[in-house]
Design a protein around this ligand. Structure first.
Ligand SMILES: Nc1nc2c(c(=O)[nH]1)N[C@H]1C(S)=C(S)[C@@H](COP(=O)(O)OP(=O)(O)OC[C@H]3O[C@@H](n4cnc5c(=O)[nH]c(N)nc54)[C@H](O)[C@@H]3O)O[C@H]1N2
Ligand SMILES: Nc1nc2c(c(=O)[nH]1)N[C@H]1C(S)=C(S)[C@@H](COP(=O)(O)OP(=O)(O)OC[C@H]3O[C@@H](n4cnc5c(=O)[nH]c(N)nc54)[C@H](O)[C@@H]3O)O[C@H]1N2
Ligand SMILES: [Mo]
Length: 710
């Protein structure tokens, strides 16, 4: 081997090897992360990746998912051209067509639905990806439809709504200055590796952790000073019992409550009903542990809690449960305070950037007036009041039933029918549409139902604006040209808006113009400047927190106070919702004699995210077979051992998976990961087992039966 060959084999960059290091980022997980990546490119192909030193999120590190990027972007089922369906829906028979043909077919399909049933009969939907969502929403509005909606109908928004109800806007923990962190449904070791790292560092510096989880996890073992392990979805009852104990002992901040909190007396009277007489029966947690938790809160002056985007709220009582947890902060004077919970609104695409933007203006200035209410509005009035976009958990019902008005076409970016509760119902709904377009990197099972499939490109193949917390941002450049004829989602939306001549000049100017005019102009920065930076740079000053300043000024709640009792809900008795964070049992009405177990599905695993990484060989090899965790005693009673096959069933259907006997789940609970197509957890869920406050599905509390296979 020559010296040059050796250098090429070692992937050493340089003019002689023709290997160049280009800067890009991973967008496989949440927008709060999006780690920096050095992509080693030779002959237009990514041959190696590594974490980027100095990047504000990952500083040289990458997780199991980030390290998968090379295999992910070159997955075998990447779509390389626009496709037109030639077989039955779902069959997967397509023929390649040109972009011009594709745009013409999409324009015709969407306009035909509009002509027949009105613009509102077309729904615009986004899956988990978020970076293009402003453009998609504006596209929907330019088309004349109120029906923009997304995966956030099942992720994060319920928690966001709970904060809006209580405090007027999103609040985050000032963890670095806390004495005690309420890690309520908190396991960053699997869902946010950098979050876990930060938590470990803070623990070393003395931060205490009260961890509340239905399972034993790395967090309960490595971080917790005290662990409470309630039955799934009973967190509201548990939090109320802790509150009652705090109130009884006088361990509350009375002057703070008198000044800044609304509804305390009614709340105190309500939580008095959660006490030593019933809490163990309701939650499974012994009262002595409730007392220990209250004491821990009392002994630690500065307390904050995690944002729970999913597990706390994936129950039919989820939003109320989260309100019950945040109430603990309010009665101990820990809201709007250093080391407590601080208001930190999302200012750009679900990220609390710490600086103001005019994203909101871009999103709403063209919202059509005098149109019908979006999907889900009648069923989820609080959602509609606070969010004003479609609650997509009502999408399959409305498509199939046609009430209150028909939905005939769906234009989707990255739709995964398997993320919806009762995914079978969503597939039936897609089958019944007049017209369905899906845009994805891969020919997914959902895309196979589409009339037209458009090929999107990955974060390595596009440029995008990316701000991070702390007022820093950059604008990435493509590390490689898009595979085949794939395009970036925002270019697809812009070109289609132009093709259809939608009445929105700004939309037709494209994404970069939006970023320049609505985000960067206010700070005197240009997209070109941000494309040249090596690492995200500071573009805006970050507001400094001053204790109780916002409470003194008045929050944007109707009373200006932190509301334990929601004035918005009080003002709308017709919604049939409770103003106090009342508690109700989480489980569905299936017969416990037939369905004696409880299914919780979706606790994160480190190697995968939703539907994305199961087809990536390296990640798949880490967990090749869909598996459910069950308590060892339950396994013994069923006569099953490690790797045996079990069938989990509900009134909707059944899936067969391997079993993993463990002590990490309590007796009676079955823990199943979602996202596998061959064992679809959501085929077991009930599309109507939803939280009436948020519309969120009860992925984490569904009755089920388990039987041993042959
Ligand atoms: N049982 C159960 N179900 C759940 C949950 C649970 O806990 N339990 N969690 C819920 C939560 S919190 C979430 S966030 C959702 C996950 O939401 P999903 O939307 O199911 O998420 P993904 O499968 O990651 O992504 C959807 C699609 O987007 C495609 N995609 C990736 N990148 C791009 C891109 O740049 N452009 C385009 N156009 N497409 C792209 C992917 O290939 C994939 O097909 O699942 C929910 N479903
Ligand atoms: N590796 C990986 N990382 C991810 C994702 C992924 O799919 N894979 N998804 C991303 C997305 S979209 C989201 S929304 C976040 C979610 O992030 P997290 O909220 O951290 O995720 P989970 O692992 O679902 O839940 C955390 C813990 O809550 C516990 N839990 C479940 N139900 C209950 C309950 O009723 N009460 C209590 N007290 N605890 C409960 C679980 O046992 C789990 O240990 O993760 C993000 N990060
Ligand atoms: Mo999520």
């Amino acid at each position: 081997m020559t010296e040059l060959e050796r250098k090429i084999k070692a992937k050493i960059p340089g003019p002689d090897t023709g290997i160049e290091v280009r800067r890009t980022m991973c967008d496989i997980c949440s927008p709060g992360m999006h780690c920096g990546i050095n992509a080693y490119v030779k002959d237009g192909k990514v041959i190696k990746i590594e974490g980027m030193d100095g990047h504000p999120v990952n500083d040289g590190r990458l997780c199991t998912k980030g390290l998968a990027n090379r295999q992910y972007i070159y997955r075998e089922d990447r779509i390389l051209t626009p496709l037109k369906r030639v077989g039955r829906r779902g069959e997967g028979k397509f023929r390649p067509i040109s972009w011009q043909e594709a745009y013409a077919a999409v324009a015709q399909g969407l306009n035909a639905a509009k002509a027949a049933c009105g613009a509102e009969s077309v729904a615009f939907y986004s899956g988990y990806s978020k970076w293009y969502r402003q453009m998609l929403r504006r596209f929907a509005y330019a088309f004349g439809s109120p029906n923009y909606g997304c995966e956030s109908s099942a992720c994060y928004t319920a928690a966001f709504m709970a904060w809006k109800v209580a405090a007027g806007d999103q609040a985050n923990p000032d963890m670095a200055n806390s004495d005690l962190f309420l890690g309520w449904a908190f396991n960053p070791f699997y869902s946010s590796y950098m979050g876990a790292r930060r938590a470990m560092q803070l623990k070393e510096q003395g931060l205490k952790f009260l961890v509340v989880d239905t399972r034993r996890t790395p967090t309960t073992e490595k971080l917790a000073d005290l662990v409470l392990q309630p039955r799934t979805g009973t967190d509201g009852a548990l939090a109320h019992a802790i509150a009652n104990e705090l109130i009884r002992n006088g361990w509350i901040d009375r002057p703070y409550i008198d000044k800044y909190v609304y509804g305390f007396d009614d709340y105190a009277a309500y939580v008095a009903g959660f006490n030593e007489s019933n809490v163990e029966r309701l939650t499974g947690v012994p009262y002595s542990q409730v007392q220990a938790a209250a004491r821990l809160i009392h002994e630690n002056p500065r307390v904050s809690c995690n944002e729970s985007s999913a597990p706390l709220c994936h129950h039919r009582n989820g939003l109320q449960n989260y309100r019950a947890v945040m109430a603990l902060l309010a009665i101990t004077g820990n809201f709007d305070r250093t080391g407590g919970q601080q208001l930190s609104p999302h200012t750009y695409m679900h990220v609390s950037c710490g600086f103001e933007t005019r994203e909101h203006q871009f999103l709403y200035e063209t919202r059509p007036r005098n149109v019908k209410d979006p999907v889900g509005a009648p069923r989820f009035p609080l959602w509609n009041y606070l969010e004003g976009e479609m609650q997509a958990m009502d999408l399959s019902r409305q498509i199939l039933e046609g009430t209150p008005y028909p939905l005939r076409a769906v234009f989707a970016l990255g739709m995964n029918a398997r993320m919806f509760p009762d995914s079978g119902k969503m597939f039936r709904a897609l089958e019944s549409l007049d017209f369905f377009v899906d845009t994805d990197l891969f020919l997914t099972d959902t895309a196979k139902y589409a009339d037209i499939v458009l090929p999107a490109c990955s974060s390595f193949e596009r440029g995008e604006f990316k701000p991070y917390g702390g007022g820093v941002a950059w604008y990435t450049s493509p590390a490689i040209v898009p595979l085949g004829q794939a395009k970036s989602d925002v270019d697809i939306l812009t070109e289609l808006a132009r093709f259809m001549d939608l009445p929105d000049a700004q939309l037709k100017e494209g994404y970069e113009s939006f970023i320049q005019k609505y985000i960067l102009d206010d700070y005197g920065v240009t997209t070109d400047q941000l494309k040249k930076v090596e690492l995200p740079v500071k573009i805006a000053p970050v507001a400094v927190h001053r204790d109780y300043e916002l409470l003194e000024k008045g929050l944007s709640t109707p009373t200006g106070k932190f509301e334990l009792k929601s004035a918005i809900i009080e003002q709308h008795p017709e919604w049939g919702l409770d103003a106090l964070p009342t508690y109700r049992e989480p489980l569905d009405d299936a017969d416990p004699a037939l369905y004696p177990f409880t299914l919780t599905s979706g606790s994160r695993i480190p190697n995968a995210i939703h539907s994305r990484l199961h087809k990536v060989p390296a990640n798949r090899s880490l967990r090749p077979v869909p598996t459910a965790d069950m308590n060892r005693e339950d396994c013994r009673a069923l006569g099953v051992a490690e790797g045996d096959r079990i069938t989990i069933s509900t009134p909707r259907g059944s899936v067969t998976v391997s079993v993993h006997p463990t002590l990490s789940v309590p007796k009676g609970l079955v823990n199943l990961f979602h996202g596998y197509s061959e064992a679809d957890a959501n085929s077991l869920m009930d599309a109507d087992h939803l939280d009436p406050y948020s519309g969120f599905p009860a992925y984490r509390s569904t009755r089920c039966a388990v039987k041993k296979e042959g």
